[in-house]
Write a protein that binds this ligand. Structure first.
Ligand SMILES: *[C@@H]1O[C@H](CO)[C@@H](O)[C@H](O)[C@H]1NC(C)=O
Ligand SMILES: *[C@@H]1O[C@H](CO)[C@@H](O)[C@H](O)[C@H]1NC(C)=O
Ligand SMILES: *[C@@H]1O[C@H](CO)[C@@H](O)[C@H](O)[C@H]1NC(C)=O
Ligand SMILES: *[C@@H]1O[C@H](CO)[C@@H](O)[C@H](O)[C@H]1NC(C)=O
Ligand SMILES: *[C@@H]1O[C@H](CO)[C@@H](O)[C@H](O)[C@H]1NC(C)=O
Ligand SMILES: *[C@@H]1O[C@H](CO)[C@@H](O)[C@H](O)[C@H]1NC(C)=O
Length: 491
């Protein structure tokens, strides 16, 4: 029973016992030697010369203990630090059992602006990174800081900078991390861009880990496909059905997850994000032209709330948007809905969304995070189509995580019906609702193109900061590091 467990078990409300990720056979004693020697080397050279997998981010664990990983998530508007803490269970009787990582806790820290704001003053990145390291260090017991690894990954923002500025900023960050007294930073991998497919892969890992899916056999029914809508792009990742990975993965848009050796297809569709799709709908950008800074003052669309007048910014672009006047005759309304749906389909064609076997086949349930969660929650609250049901699916989240993870389910067909209702009369309350017709029609068109049938289900997960890529990134880094340590110990 929960109540009889020690306190830290109550805090680790994310997992059932059987959801432990079990991976590697470790040799704690030899590993201890390995970590010890790499540290003395660091002390001698004053530089950390190992990469992530050989860095000793994972240290010897011969009794119950806490492992941590610090991820800096450099976004366009700020840098967040996520300090993930895992409980590692070890009994003296069985020191060689597979490593089990149970997520205990996430602590978060944030600094503004985004690193891209330091384009002309890359040195200023140093202060920001140091401030985040100091804040996180205060929450880690002193003896454990030197064995806690840190890495920075840049998502939006930095990707848009010219490569020279980007390199300069990342070099400063790398130096800062390497010379930090607080945490251990393997220099090669410590600060990089995170690609769209990587983001998808780690989000897949986070969600499947949260849902307790990663402990059983390597079958697709054990893991779930994960879909995410960011500002610029949409991400999808799923485990490939057995025997279907004969075609080579194209490296630019796909990657393979390492956890438990599962083969993951992870893809990113640039252009389908909630903010980028608005730019495409109003004609600021289209599939053919990059459309940077078109001369028009104002853009309009019938797919935005009628008569709305909005300032819209995304990246370096700021536009004035207007929702067109409408007459309410049924013919005209139907034409508007048709037009918005056609635009959504065009967009999906432009970015070449494919049938995704992990969604078109298998369980026909997609697990969705980020914006999609808020959209589905909105449909639950406001039911644009009476009877188009959104159900609160409490049981999806493991029992320990109730109250942390929340889940709402809706069929793909009902998303389409609701999208049509919202496009018929886009709501105009609040800063985001004027765009819901665009958000929902793009989501609906994308699901259809990926192959989710109308009867398929979208289960939207939210309510937890672990439902992003940083948890999966930390898990992957710790486990790879453990694998490298074990391999090194054996050889
Ligand atoms: C380690 O944790 C397990 C599970 O919580 C517990 O049963 C065991 O008693 C702990 N061992 C030690 C030495 O504290
Ligand atoms: C809908 O689109 C708007 C405009 O791009 C965006 O700001 C908003 O976050 C989206 N809403 C949701 C719930 O995704
Ligand atoms: C939009 O503006 C027109 C003309 O001013 C007006 O007739 C119409 O009722 C307005 N529509 C909405 C939804 O406010
Ligand atoms: C949009 O921006 C302009 C210029 O910055 C400002 O005058 C206007 O009030 C803003 N409109 C809205 C709706 O915020
Ligand atoms: C939308 O903007 C175009 C010019 O960009 C204009 O010709 C058209 O009349 C506008 N439509 C409405 C309904 O306001
Ligand atoms: C159309 O319907 C909307 C919502 O029912 C209403 O606010 C608007 O005033 C109507 N516009 C016209 C032109 O009748």
């Amino acid at each position: 029973m929960l109540t009889q467990r020690p306190k830290h078990f109550e805090q680790m409300n994310l997992h059932r016992l059987h959801s432990l990720v079990q991976i590697l056979w470790l040799l704690p004693l030899l590993q201890c030697l390995h970590v010890g020697s790499s540290q003395s080397q660091n002390a001698k050279t004053g530089k950390k010369s190992t990469d992530l997998t050989n860095s000793g981010c994972h240290r010897a664990v011969d009794k119950n203990d806490t492992l941590r990983f610090l991820v800096l998530d450099a976004g366009s508007t700020g840098t967040r630090a996520a300090l993930h803490e895992f409980f590692v269970e070890r009994t003296p009787k069985s020191p060689n059992e597979p490593l089990k990582l149970r997520h205990l806790r996430l602590r978060r820290y944030r600094r503004k602006p985004g690193l891209s704001a330091f384009q002309h003053f890359p040195d200023r990145s140093r202060d920001q990174v140091n401030a985040l390291l100091a804040a996180a260090a205060a929450d880690v017991p002193e003896p454990q800081r030197a064995v806690t690894c840190v890495a920075l990954r840049a998502t939006a923002g930095l990707r848009l900078l010219d490569s020279g500025s980007r390199r300069r900023i990342l070099r400063v960050v790398r130096d800062t991390l390497a010379t930090s007294a607080a945490f251990l930073a393997p220099d090669i991998d410590s600060a990089k861009l995170l690609s769209g497919p990587e983001e998808a892969k780690f989000a897949w890992l986070s969600v499947n880990y949260m849902l307790g899916k990663l402990d059983e056999a390597n079958t697709i029914s054990e893991t779930v496909p994960v879909l995410e809508l960011g500002g610029g792009s949409a991400q999808v990742a799923y485990e490939y059905p057995d025997g279907e990975l004969s075609a080579p993965l194209d490296r630019a848009s796909s990657s393979k997850a390492t956890l438990t050796g599962r083969r993951i297809r992870a893809r990113s569709y640039l252009g389908l994000g909630v903010r980028e799709s608005v730019l495409r709908f109003v004609g600021y950008r289209n599939g053919k032209s990059a459309g940077t800074g078109v001369s028009k003052k104002a853009y309009n669309s019938s797919c935005i709330a009628a008569n709305a007048s909005l300032n819209f910014s995304f990246g370096s672009v700021t536009l004035q948007l207007e929702g067109n006047q409408r007459d309410n005759s049924s013919g005209s309304t139907a034409a508007t809905v048709k037009k918005c749906f056609a635009q959504a389909e065009d967009l999906v064609q432009q970015v070449k969304v494919r049938t995704e076997p992990g969604i078109a086949k298998g369980e026909k349930t997609v697990y969705a995070i980020s914006s999609i969660y808020y959209l589905v929650k909105y449909l639950k609250k406001s039911s644009p189509v009476p009877g188009a049901r959104v159900t609160y699916s409490d049981s999806v989240c493991p029992s320990e995580s109730r109250g942390v993870c929340k889940a709402y389910s809706i069929s793909a067909g009902d998303i389409a019906d609701n999208a049509a209702a919202v496009c018929r009369n886009p709501p105009d309350q609040g800063p985001y609702t004027p765009y819901y017709c665009i958000n929902l029609s793009v989501l609906s068109a994308m699901l259809e193109q990926m192959g989710l049938p109308d009867s398929g289900t979208v289960t939207a997960l939210g309510g937890s900061d672990n439902l992003g890529w940083t948890l999966g990134f930390s898990l992957d880094a710790l486990l790879q590091s453990a694998a490298a340590s074990a391999a090194k110990s054996i050889s």
